[in-house]
Each structure stands twice: as C-alpha cells, then as structure tokens.
Design a protein around this ligand. Structure first.
Ligand SMILES: Nc1ncnc2c1ncn2[C@@H]1O[C@H](COP(=O)(O)OP(=O)(O)O)[C@@H](O)[C@H]1O
Ligand SMILES: [Mg+2]
Length: 266
C-alpha cells in the first residue's frame, strides 16, 4: 500500500534545481515520498538522477529550491547533519574501505552515522556494535563479517553498502543503481534485501535501470529526463505512457516489460 496521502511526507522536494555552470542537471523538480513508501526513479543516463541524490544527501548544495525531511528543511545542512537527521545512501559504484573488514566498514557507519563525534575514540561502544551486528544480520552477510572488504565479490559489496547505510538507522534510504552489473539470481537477493529493509520501516528511494527490479519493488515510479520529471505514477502505468516509451524504454523493452508484469500478476 502506498501512503502518499500522509499529512506530512517523509521527504519533500520543492522546485529543486542543481546547475553546474551552464548545465542544469536537475530542473525545478518537485515530488514527495510518504512514510514507508518505495519510490523508484528511472530515466536515461545523464537525466540527473544521481545529482538529485547528491543534493538530497547534502554532498552538493542545491542551486534553488527546498528539501524537507519530516517537515524540517534540510537544504543547506552538511552531509553528516543530513545523515544524523535520518538520510542514508548507497552509491552507484562500490564505496567502502577496502583494507578493512566488512564488519569494520559497517561499524564506521554505526559509529559516525547516528550522532556527532566531536572527539572520536577507538572504542565504538555497545550501541554501535549492536547496530553493526544487526545490520550485517539483516542484509544476510553476517558470515562475511571478518572478510577484508576488497576481497568480497560484487554482490556482497553491494549488500555491505546497504548494511553500512542501515547501521546509521536511517528513516530514508537512497539507493543508486543497487543491482548494476549483477546476475539475475543476484538481483533477486538484493530485491529480498530491499523488501527486508522496507519491512523494518525504512522509506526507500531507488534509482535503477533494471526495470524488472524497479517495477516489482516500487509503490510509485518517477521517470526523469533532462533534469525534469516526465512521469510519476503506478509502475503498471509506466509501460503505457507514450513519452516514457519514446524517450526511455523503447518499444521492445516496453512490450517485454508488459509481458513480464502480466506474468508477475497472473
Ligand atoms: N559534478 C559535476 N559537474 C559537472 N557536471 C555534472 C556533475 N555531476 C553531474 N554532471 C552532469 O549532470 C548531468 C546529470 O548527471 P547525473 O546526475 O549523473 O545523471 P544520471 O545519474 O541520471 O545518469 C549530466 O549531464 C552530467 O554530466
Ligand atoms: Mg547516475
């Protein structure tokens, strides 16, 4: 069930713009995400999807517009403040400390991701350790805890990024192309991980090109093109939207997706 009618959306973007010199990557984009919802974002390369995540997470400043979390304006806050307010993210390319173990990576998230550490110590404390173990368990990689991160296969690295994000105890999780480069079986694993995360009460925004993944998981889908929203609606409406089929899916992919969705519902 989608909960877009919630009185205060968890995330609200109002006329958000991000320009790099003459290039406007995100153009006056407005949308809301309700508590507990999964919003899927698709669109061609260069549409501005990752840039949108950059400004929501505070890694880049907006050029104009307002972003609020739980009714509080977060535009202008530093990335760590936005993280402490409840926004975590994963990256399109693997991010992490390669020479540390998987568990140490998650512990960094648990230790720094929940509150300010003015004078960091070497001891993370019980709460951070518990959050770390819970996150590893939740993402199904507890058995990899002591493996050096750089040696992990790509699926485990993706799940590890999710675990590190979850260890910060986010309200909102932003995932940038979480299944890029994975096999079909691996995609199913990540799909399950996303469902588990949703069941834990986390609101999620997913960017993904793998449409099967996007339409299966999303309560609502938004398609971006040239920094603007060209579609927002239910996943099953996507394949019948002429603009989306024209600029993004193409006829073949759209027919294929239709067949897949009929099979999934039948
Ligand atoms: N730091 C940057 N400096 C200049 N241009 C950028 C920067 N980041 C992204 N862009 C440009 O913004 C546009 C949107 O990029 P991006 O958000 O990465 O798209 P997507 O994730 O949808 O593929 C592209 O034209 C890209 O080249
Ligand atoms: Mg991108």
């Amino acid at each position: 069930m989608t909960q877009t009618a919630a009185a205060t959306p968890l995330l609200s973007c109002q006329r958000v713009r991000k320009s790099f010199g003459a290039l406007t990557a995100v153009r006056d984009l407005s949308f809301d995400v309700g508590v507990g919802e999964i919003l899927g974002i698709g669109g061609p390369n260069g549409a501005g999807k990752t840039t949108l995540f950059e400004v929501i997470s505070g890694l880049g400043a907006v050029s104009a517009g307002t972003i609020s979390l739980d009714g509080q304006v977060i535009t202008g806050l530093a990335p760590q403040q936005i993280c402490h307010a409840g926004v975590a993210r994963t990256f399109q390319l693997n991010a992490g400390f390669d020479s540390m173990t998987a568990r140490q990576n998650v512990l960094v998230g648990a230790y720094f991701g929940q509150k300010n550490r003015a004078v960091p110590t070497l001891r993370a404390g019980r709460a951070a350790n518990e959050a770390t173990d819970a996150a590893l368990e939740m993402l199904g990689i507890a058995d990899k805890a002591n493996v050096v991160t750089g040696l992990l296969p790509v699926l485990d690295r993706k799940l590890l990024m999710m675990a590190s994000a979850m260890a910060t105890k986010p309200k909102l999780l932003l995932m940038d192309e979480p299944v890029g480069g994975l096999t079909s079986g691996e995609i199913d694993r990540v799909m399950e991980a996303v469902r588990t995360t949703k069941r834990a009460g986390v609101t999620i925004i997913l960017i993904e090109h793998v449409m099967r993944f996007l339409v299966r998981l999303s309560d609502r889908v938004m398609i971006m093109h040239h920094g603007e929203k060209i579609f927002e609606g239910a996943p099953h409406e996507l394949v019948n939207d002429r603009t989306v089929v024209e600029v993004y899916l193409g006829k073949g992919a759209s027919e294929h997706l239709k067949t897949f969705m009929d099979a999934a519902h039948g």
